[in-house]
Design a protein around this ligand. Structure first.
Ligand code: TXA
Ligand code: MG
Length: 351
């Protein structure tokens, strides 16, 4: 695996040419997007796409997002495209919005998981745009992490996650958004929000003139929709703000705490940003740092219940849920409930 710096711009041309050649030869390239790093393959080449699934350890029937350079390419991948796509594209593409549409004939089954729909996105990162333009067709690119784990937001994270399973890593610096794109399904009657992200659902609803339906609980093959996803290795639990200033909630455990204020009890403290945008930008990096500390559990102060925190809340809920198996209910003191749907309490027992 080789890493090539693709920023600043004078490093870019050669790196992009090599990456495009690698993709044409059926190889895998990790590329920076504004959301998270993606693991890209030629979306027209089923053998290359199969390598993406193998590298990630992702079940074969989970569909991938196809990344495009321009809105003109939408017609190559989707059919029966509703008129609202033009408005959404004008406002939010290139950017962190993915649209699920009816798939065009000829889109490989391996990309769509055999479904009748395809997910499309135009990323805004200049390196992703340059590569898509040089390549000239769609690149499928799931987040460049092992299945179920935290998405990478730097080139180093990609190398740590995937090692030699990826042929080339394009280093475009840290991702500016930090969490994955908003996904809206426009393939059925009413629009559905499949995954909250940087583009807020209420803005999309205002533009579409109707409220977005929630993802159906039985939506199949949508890993971001599994309750347990985006998880560090260390058990993670949400913590109500008040508990930062009460007695130590789990005195028998070594804890890392991600919170806006420093807790009054001993722990490894990771300061959390105050705005949703900045929080999203650093969230996965902080969770990786917390994982590396070797603590027994990570506690994360429950984020505000406000709408612009929806995507951050979603990721934290899933990270907490992933460790439900490790959890001993009743580890928390009375009144400890977080102001979020209850995530089970962490208490991996120390020997
Ligand atoms: O920000 C992002 O979207 C990043 C960057 C790299 O672009 N990509 C990303 O890909 O998060 P991935 O594969 O980790 O998540 C894509 C999500 C999955 O939950 C997948 O199941 C869903 O999109 N998806 C893909 N095609 C779909 C389809 N046809 N119908 C419903 N969901 C789909
Ligand atoms: Mg992912």
């Amino acid at each position: 695996m080789t890493t090539l710096r693709a920023l600043p711009p004078h490093c870019r041309d050669e790196a992009i040419a090599r990456a495009a050649a690698t993709l044409r030869a059926g190889g895998l390239v990790a590329l920076p997007t504004e959301t998270v790093y993606g693991l890209a393959a030629n979306a027209r080449d089923p053998r290359a796409v199969a390598k993406v699934f193998a590298a990630k350890g992702r079940p074969a029937d989970h569909p991938l997002i196809v990344h495009l350079a321009s809105t003109e390419q939408v017609a190559d991948w989707a059919r029966a495209v509703p008129g609202c796509v033009r408005d959404l594209a004008r406002h939010y593409w290139p950017g962190p919005l993915t649209l699920v549409l009816k798939r065009a004939p000829g889109v490989p089954d391996v990309v769509t998981g055999g479904q009748d729909t395809v997910a499309l996105r135009l990323p805004a990162h200049p390196v992703a745009q340059a590569l898509l333009q040089a390549f000239g067709d769609g690149l499928c690119a799931p987040s460049a992490n092992r299945f179920g784990r935290i998405s990478p937001t730097t080139a180093r994270h990609v190398r740590e996650e995937l090692g030699d399973a990826v042929d080339l890593v394009l280093d475009g610096g840290p991702c500016s958004v930090g969490i994955e794109s908003t996904i809206v399904d426009l393939s059925g009657g009413r629009p559905r929000l499949l995954r909250p992200g940087a583009v807020p659902a209420d803005r999309l609803a205002a533009l579409l003139g109707e409220r977005l339906l929630p993802a159906r609980a039985d939506t199949p093959r949508t890993p971001g929709n599994l309750p347990a996803h985006y998880a560090p290795r260390t058990p993670l639990q949400l913590l109500a703000h008040e508990l930062l200033h009460e007695r130590h909630p789990l005195p028998a455990l070594a804890l890392a705490v991600l919170s806006r204020e420093r807790p009054d009890w001993p722990c490894e403290w990771l300061p959390a940003p105050a705005t949703a945008r900045e929080y999203a930008r650093v969230l996965y990096r902080r969770l990786r740092e917390a994982d590396a500390l070797g603590v027994d559990a990570i506690l994360v102060e429950s984020p505000p219940a406000e709408r612009d925190w929806e995507a951050v809340r979603d990721r934290l809920m899933r990270a907490a849920h992933a460790h439900a198996g490790h959890i001993r209910p009743g580890a928390w003191s009375a009144g400890a409930a977080a102001p979020l749907p209850a995530a089970p309490a962490v208490a991996r027992r120390i020997a």
